[in-house]
Ligand binder design. Structure first.
Ligand code: ZN
Length: 297
């Protein structure tokens, strides 16, 4: 073993850096250093997965780095198991939304956060490849979304282009298997406590729903980085995403409620009606359901 002390120090430094990208930020590590067009991003797999973002000095991600290779495609298509019995919970409507939808994995309005998880065997049954630009060419897991969300995403990208805004997908679906493999790798490396500070516990990443996607401008700059917030793409999304049924899931100033730092790039599909309501009231999905703030405060 080489300098254990040095390795520990380096790891700590990287973890600190990683905190910044806490939310879904797979991509700081993944972010193309060169503009998107570099094509085959087989790199996508190298970036974060095996070596781990830690070693690469990339930001780790919480909801998740890619690690697409783990499950890459295959299991997503099989759509086997995934037999989600809708949570029979009371269909009690709070002052917020429909509480049955909140806990129904099959609902596009399901609430997934640090408190609410998907069942371990959950696998969306209707994943497809949205016909939009991505920062990579491969047809791999992270390019997929559930059908309804994919169709809405296509409309959103079209709407943006009409306004002269060119978006690109960075990372969408992530299977439970991928998230688990990734998380386990981090636990082996850093122990569970530390791993939890930068990686989403399997079942708790919104990317596992097939309803979330990280986007950037078509040049891939600032993908999953806070500087994205200053781009015209981010401004357009903040103004128009809800028209297409998407919300900026982790807004600025709502960290105590969502449990995540501001992530202007992380879009979550919830359907037009709910998105409009959330947009008008300037609230989060947690508030929409009157759910307990993740911070518990
Ligand atoms: Zn994300």
């Amino acid at each position: 073993m080489y300098s254990k002390k040095g390795a520990v120090t380096a790891t700590i430094a990287l973890l600190l850096a990683a905190v910044v990208f806490a939310g879904c930020g797979n991509q700081a590590a993944n972010a193309p250093q060169t503009p998107v067009q570099n094509g085959t991003n087989a790199a996508g797999s190298n970036n974060v997965s095996e070596n781990g973002a830690v070693n690469d000095g990339g930001a780790k991600d919480d909801q998740a780095p890619e690690g697409n290779n783990a499950a890459n495609g295959s299991n997503a298509e099989t759509g086997n198991s995934a037999n989600q019995a809708p949570d029979p919970a009371d269909s009690d409507k709070g002052s917020g939304g429909d509480k049955a939808a909140m806990t129904d994995s099959e609902s596009v309005a399901v609430l997934i956060n640090k408190q609410f998880a998907l069942p371990d065997d959950y696998e969306p049954k209707d994943l497809i490849y949205p016909d939009v630009r991505f920062t990579f060419k491969d047809k791999i897991e992270k390019r997929m979304m559930r059908k309804e969300a994919a169709a809405a995403l296509e409309e959103l990208f079209e709407g943006a282009e009409k306004d002269g805004v060119y978006l690109a997908g960075v990372s969408a679906y992530r299977s439970h298997r991928t998230q688990t493999a990734l998380f386990n790798r981090y636990v082996e490396k850093d122990g569970e406590e530390l791993a939890k500070t930068y990686s989403a516990v399997p079942g708790h990443s919104e990317h596992e729903t097939g309803l979330a996607i990280d986007v950037s401008g078509s040049d891939g700059k600032c993908a999953a980085e806070s500087c994205f917030g200053d781009t015209k793409e981010a401004a357009w999304l903040a103004d128009h995403a809800t028209e297409y049924g998407f919300i900026i899931r982790y807004p600025e100033g709502k960290e105590d409620i969502t449990g995540y730092k501001y992530e202007p790039w992380h879009l979550r599909y919830v359907g037009k009606e709910i998105a409009a309501d959330i947009g008008e009231r300037d609230i989060t999905l947690e508030e929409y359901y009157d759910a307990v703030p993740v911070s518990g405060q």
